[in-house]
Design a protein around this ligand. Structure first.
Ligand code: RP5
Length: 165
């Protein structure tokens, strides 16, 4: 049986789908169900609104929005729901994602968007952060996060002659 969909990944354009797939890969590693939709906040604002309003009732717990250029999609979603929204700035213009980063991170107080790094690194961290939010109420996910962290720690290589107390 597949896991219930808990994370809605939303992108502004088909051109964003590939990089945001990295978020889905991380969620797969944690066994968290997710879905992805393409819905531009400027070309189809009505669709974004309908999706955001329906999200809690559909069982979604976190929204992840990847967008380039003016990158208003995460902020618009956040304005329409109290689900946590994670914004991933994407490089889609000659400004290489710096435009999207500033746009997403500078949400005025009261309507937060948790902003991660530009591009695929941010897409992956959005997956990890969404898992941590879901892990607050799901002990299986929390245990998988702990395992993942322990695995990362094994990559430490101590210099010869140095031991941990
Ligand atoms: C944003 O503008 C999208 O998120 C995308 O990154 C960028 C360019 O989209 P297209 O106009 O090329 O579809 O809305």
């Amino acid at each position: 049986m597949s896991a219930p969909v808990r994370v809605g990944i939303v992108v502004g354009s088909e051109s964003d789908v590939q990089v945001m797939g990295a978020c889905g890969e991380v969620l797969d590693e944690y066994g968290i169900g997710w879905e992805m939709g393409v819905m531009s906040a400027h070309r189809a604002g009505d669709v974004v609104r309908a999706y955001a309003l329906a999200a809690p009732g559909r069982g979604l717990r976190v929204l992840v929005a990847g967008a380039g250029a003016a990158a208003h999609l995460p902020g618009v979603l956040a304005s329409l729901t109290t689900l946590p929204v994670i914004g991933v700035p994407l490089a889609a213009t000659p400004l290489a994602g710096f435009d999207s980063l500033l746009s997403i991170v500078q949400m005025p107080p009261g309507i937060p968007v948790a902003t991660v790094a530009v591009g695929s690194m941010g897409a992956r961290n959005a997956g990890h952060l969404a898992a941590e939010i879901i892990g607050l109420a799901d002990s299986d996910v929390a245990a998988r996060i702990a395992e993942q962290r322990a695995k990362m720690r094994t990559r430490v290589q101590l210099p010869e002659g140095f031991t941990l107390e």
